[in-house]
Design a protein around this ligand. Structure first.
Ligand SMILES: CC(C)(COP(=O)(O)OP(=O)(O)OC[C@H]1O[C@@H](n2cnc3c(N)ncnc32)[C@H](O)[C@@H]1OP(=O)(O)O)[C@@H](O)C(=O)NCCC(=O)NCCS
Length: 437
């Protein structure tokens, strides 16, 4: 269970510690955050800016994409004409769009410039880069209607954006695109954000929903979806922000963006809760399920240590130093849940005696009893079989029955491979179990 936001100092400490894996994982990564023009009309918009500031301070490379729908509506007189959900942008409307984009941009820049000592922005010196990063082309004629200055994204200048991000700047994109013929086109923020995330190979694309929650057609929370699941859900969704953004989230993930998130602007701190807690508060879309069981790499040493240290302190696992773990990490498998190591197990082969030891099997207490331990054991067993080993053994003080229930039989230290027997710790008096594989 992820600790709730802090109410006491102790829970603050717990909560802050639990954010550490995410802080490590996010540093230097690119996030594209998209929000509609309605977001800026909200009284709590400044809180979103504070969260943006925090992410920036943590070293996340940020691209913000804003919309201007209500700001344009406000400036327009008369009915707008729509074709298949896209507004026809005539010359007059385009002037209003340009006007609205300019004013919204200045507002966002000014909010990001705050550095007053008594605000969460104290000490922040954020530089915002905006400009002609998006090339557009006209949509042309749809159903016999010329959409005029309504356009679609042709290209996003990823290199130029990356150069600004590398300088520590936040890039701000508007729903306007420029064409090589010198014209300006009215785009949608969702398309700009999606194409930018794809072009930048962003780790995350986040859409902030101005209206409604991240729920399905029956009002049930949608916590996590694969692209395939999202495509099914989309067909049933009623009109609204969820129906508007979810197809773009799915498109981005299909095109290589690792994760797309949808969060409701109505939830205070939604952005941070979605990013820094395991359960999140919105909808996460991924191309594949987010949990993977895989061989460990040197980058997993920190995560494995965090997982096993409490068990070492409790005497359940034998103590391993960081140095030893670094040497042995390639013998480990890890259960990686959205970037966090929640389980591990190691296989130490004694090839001469066609035997292997399964060691350091551990699952984080919050994630037990869901078959993860079993899956790790299966991975070790499969690796042992692939290495043509015939026997798998374990040494345990407290988990005997778990192994018996999985086909292990009691054995003695004399049954261990000679090299392992020499290392047997007689004081610890671990029980030995063996399984023919
Ligand atoms: C043993 C451990 C890895 C199991 O992880 P897990 O993800 O909960 O495992 P699974 O979900 O596959 O199995 C859960 C089942 O094992 C049972 N179980 C858990 N610990 C047990 C133990 N010490 N003895 C006997 N059974 C145990 C659970 O009650 C549950 O049974 P159920 O399905 O009938 O309810 C985990 O409890 C752990 O990390 N323990 C501490 C470290 C440890 O003891 N490692 C082994 C030493 S080498």
């Amino acid at each position: 269970m992820t600790p709730k936001p802090p109410e006491t100092e102790a829970s603050f400490v717990d909560w802050f510690r639990s954010a550490a894996p995410y802080i490590h994982a996010f540093r230097g990564k690119t996030f594209v955050i998209a929000f509609g023009g309605d977001a800026m009309l909200r009284s709590d918009f400044v809180d979103l800016i504070h969260d943006v500031n925090l992410l920036n301070a943590l070293g996340v490379r940020l691209v913000l994409v804003h919309g201007v729908r209500p700001q344009v509506e406000e400036r327009l007189s008369g009915e707008a004409q729509y074709v298949r959900g896209r507004r026809v942008t005539d010359g007059e409307t385009l002037e209003h769009v340009k006007d609205a984009v300019g004013s919204v941009r200045v507002d966002i820049e000014s909010l990001l410039s705050i550095g007053l000592p008594n605000t969460p922005m104290a000490g922040a010196e954020i530089r915002v880069a905006s400009g002609n990063f998006v090339t557009a082309r006209p949509m042309g004629v749809l159903d016999g209607v010329d959409l005029q200055f309504t356009g679609e994204v042709r290209k996003v200048a990823a290199d130029a954006i990356n150069a600004r991000l590398a300088d520590g700047e936040i890039v701000l994109l508007s729903p306007l695109g420029y064409s090589p013929t010198g014209e300006v086109f009215n785009l949608t923020l969702e398309e700009v954000a999606t194409e930018a995330a794809i072009a930048l190979k962003a780790e995350k694309l986040l859409f902030l929903l101005d209206h409604g929650d991240t729920v399905d057609e029956k009002g049930r929370r949608l916590n996590q979806l694969t692209v395939a699941e999202a495509q099914k859900v989309i067909k049933r969704l009623p009109e609204g922000d969820m129906a508007l953004y979810l197809p773009y989230a799915a498109k981005a993930c299909k095109a290589g963006v690792q994760r797309a998130h949808l969060v409701s602007a109505d939830v205070d701190g939604a952005l941070l809760m979605e990013l820094f807690t395991h359960e999140g508060v919105g909808t996460l879309v991924t191309a594949l399920p987010v949990e993977t069981l895989r061989p460990a790499t040197i980058d997993d040493v920190g995560g494995v240590l965090q997982l096993i240290e409490p068990l070492e302190e409790a005497g359940v696992l034998v103590r391993r130093s960081r140095e030893l773990l670094e040497q042995e990490i390639e013998q480990f498998f890890v259960d990686d849940l959205d970037g966090r190591i929640v389980g591990c197990a190691a296989l130490y082969p004694f090839a001469g005696e066609r035997a292997g030891e399964m060691a350091c099997l551990a699952v984080h207490p919050d994630f037990r009893d869901s078959g993860r331990g079993e899956a790790l054991f299966k991975a070790v067993e499969a690796a042992a079989k692939a290495a043509k080993l015939k026997r798998l053994f374990v040494l345990t003080t407290r988990t005997a029955h778990w192994f018996i229930e999985r086909g292990f039989s009691p054995a003695t230290p004399d049954d261990l491979p000679a090299a392992r027997k020499e290392l047997y710790n007689w004081q610890r008096r671990s029980k030995v179990f063996v399984k023919a594989i």
